[in-house]
Structures are given as structure tokens and as C-alpha cells.
Design a protein around this ligand. Structure first.
Ligand code: NAD
Length: 306
């Protein structure tokens, strides 16, 4: 069984809250790396769905990271399931929360969790857009609380961003980093709060720059991507990446910025995506069309950069 020990802080029992897109992956991956995992959700029906997802992960792990079937079966056997919050954390060393991205839901949740969790338990949030300081007080243990942020398909996109808020204990920050390394992550330590972490702080402006070139009629999508791919030596340019991320996500992000800043440029971007993509069901790879057509997009053709 896997254990992380750092300055007498020991992690062997991990509880994951939420069995949705990311929670199911985090639970399975943590168990795959030898930890005892408890998976919590608000109904047994949802937990049953998670069990089906684990079966779907197995061939992906075999294909993507050469995992052995016996190790994948053992991973499933190390996961237990509950809808009882107190029971879920009774011996938890570390918890990873992947419940809906809604500040009210998170605040309510941490207020309840802080009361029933043992004093030793470290709390991590996987939130993508909220900052730990927005609900640190509700945890009742701000010094043992921080963000541990995974990417979708985390077994192959294995980067974990570990982000403190101003009240996080430095040893806890290091311990969580060690833990993330033991489950095969490339760890990125973020010393102060940054909306979007490092990844989205880089990705979002890049995607927006591509979108603006397209939207303002400066160049077409293949030309924008060819420029980037050829000069940087990358496999994808911003327009193809927008299709991969999904135009619905791009729309939600631009809409959120428009509401946050009130700036006309963000409103224009969000309106442009809605009118030209969302309303025409061009959501990117998921619907077969975005800036490119799928399953055989032009940027994958052998002569695209010729
Ligand atoms: P999701 O909607 O797929 O899953 C959320 C799960 O939380 C559901 O199973 C739901 O039943 C459960 N839940 C709802 N209310 C709850 C409550 N009160 N207590 C406990 N569980 C509750 O969401 P997701 O996409 O997995 O995202 C979860 C978190 O992970 C969010 O904070 C999100 O920002 C973050 N995240 C998501 C992605 C992604 O690609 N989806 C990537 C990185 C981080």
C-alpha cells in the first residue's frame, strides 16, 4: 500500500468528494497508485455510475500508459463508497473535493465537512476557477486547506497544480506536492493565488489571441494555426485547440469575463462565439465541427504545413 510521509504527516487514506467527471478519475487514479480511497457522493445511484466509469477507464489505462489489468482490478478493490459524509472521512489523511463549481455549494459543503472530519485531515479542492481563499474560512482549518488541481484524463495529462492561499501551512503545501508526485503527477507549485493557475493563465490569453485574429478578419483559422505550428514546432494551433477544449467552454469563459469586467471586447467575443458556433451546434470535436470538420480535420493532414 502507498504512503506519503513528510515531516511526520502521513497519507494513506484518501477521500474523494464527488464522483463526476474529475472525481471518478481522481478516485480511480489514486487507488491505482496504491492508496486506500473512499468515494463520496450524494446518492448511491451516482456511485454506481462511477463503478461503470472505472470499467471504462481500464482499457484507456492499458492503451495510454501500458497498465496491467491486475493492477487496474486491484485499484477498483481499494475503493469504498459512501453517501455518509462523517463516515467518508472517519480515518482520512487527505481529502480531494471535486463537487460542482458553485461557490454556494462549496461553502455549504466545507462548513459541514469541517465539523465531521478529524483534526489531522488535509483538505484539497480541485476547483478550476474558484480560489481557495473564497471558502478557506468555512473549512475551519485554513492552514490545512489548499488547491490540488488536476486536468481531465489525468492519467495521461498528468500535471497537478498545487496552489496555496495566504493561510496555507507551508509543510502541508509540500506534503500535498509529495503526494501528487506519488500518483505520477508532474507537480507545479503555485506560491500565491492565481485565478486559472499557471495553465489557464497561459492557455486562455493564447486562445483569445487566436479568436481575435479570426473574429477581426485578420486571417483564417488554418493560417493562424499554421503560423503557430510551424514557427513554434507545436502539434496544434489555437484554433484547433479551441475545438479540442470545446466552443461551449470558450463561450462560458468569455461570458463570465464579460460579466466580471463589463468590458465590450469580452461581450463581443462571447456574442461572436454564440452566433457563429453555439447557435449552429458547432461545439468543436464533440459535435463534429468547430473551426475544423471532424473526424479528419485539415490540421492532421500530411501536407497541412507544406
Ligand atoms: P461534475 O458535475 O461532473 O461532478 C460533480 C459531482 O459532485 C457529481 O457527481 C455530483 O453528484 C456531486 N455533488 C453535487 N453536489 C454535491 C454535494 N453537495 N456534495 C458532494 N458531492 C456533490 O463536475 P466535474 O466536472 O467533475 O468538476 C468537479 C470539480 O472539478 C469542479 O470544481 C471543477 O472546477 C473541477 N475540475 C473539472 C475539470 C473538468 O474537466 N471537468 C477539470 C479540472 C477541474
Amino acid at each position: 500500500m502507498e504512503t506519503t510521509i513528510f515531516k511526520n504527516i502521513e497519507i494513506k487514506n484518501v477521500t474523494v468528494f464527488g464522483s463526476g467527471v474529475l472525481g471518478a478519475q481522481i478516485a480511480f487514479h489514486t487507488a491505482y497508485h496504491g492508496y486506500n480511497v473512499t468515494l463520496f457522493d450524494i446518492s448511491y445511484e451516482l456511485l454506481e455510475n462511477a463503478k461503470q466509469k472505472f470499467e471504462q477507464f481500464k482499457p484507456m489505462y492499458q492503451l495510454d500508459i501500458n497498465a496491467e489489468l491486475a493492477d487496474l482490478d486491484n485499484a477498483v478493490n481499494r475503493i469504498s463508497y459512501t453517501t455518509d459524509l462523517k463516515e467518508s472521512v472517519k480515518d482520512a489523511d487527505l481529502t480531494i473535493e471535486a463537487i460542482p463549481e458553485d461557490i454556494k455549494i462549496k461553502k455549504d459543503f466545507y462548513t459541514r465537512l469541517g465539523i465531521v472530519a478529524p483534526a489531522k485531515t488535509i483538505f484539497c479542492t480541485n476547483s478550476s476557477t474558484l480560489l481557495p481563499s473564497q471558502f478557506a474560512a468555512e473549512t475551519g482549518r485554513p492552514e490545512r486547506f489548499l488547491a490540488l488541481h488536476f486536468a481531465n484524463y489525468l492519467w495521461k495529462n498528468n500535471v497537478a497544480e498545487i496552489m496555496s492561499h495566504s493561510g496555507t501551512d507551508r509543510d502541508i503545501f509540500e506534503e500535498v506536492t509529495q503526494f501528487a508526485k506519488t500518483i505520477g503527477m508532474l507537480t507545479i507549485q503555485i506560491y500565491k493565488e492565481q485565478p486559472g493557475y499557471v495553465m489557464n493563465s497561459l492557455l486562455v490569453p493564447w486562445l483569445i489571441a487566436g479568436l481575435d485574429l479570426f473574429r477581426n478578419g485578420v486571417a483564417d483559422a488554418p493560417s493562424i494555426d499554421k503560423t503557430w505550428m510551424k514557427t513554434v514546432g507545436a502539434d496544434l494551433g489555437p484554433m484547433a485547440m479551441a475545438d479540442l477544449v470545446g466552443l461551449n467552454t470558450a463561450y462560458n469563459v468569455t461570458k463570465a469575463y464579460a460579466e466580471l469586467t463589463g468590458e465590450k471586447a469580452w461581450k463581443d467575443r462571447s456574442y461572436f462565439i454564440k452566433e457563429n458556433f453555439i447557435d449552429q451546434n458547432k461545439l468543436g470535436i464533440s459535435t463534429g465541427e468547430g473551426f475544423y470538420k471532424y473526424p479528419n480535420p485539415a490540421y492532421q493532414e500530411a501536407d497541412f504545413l507544406k
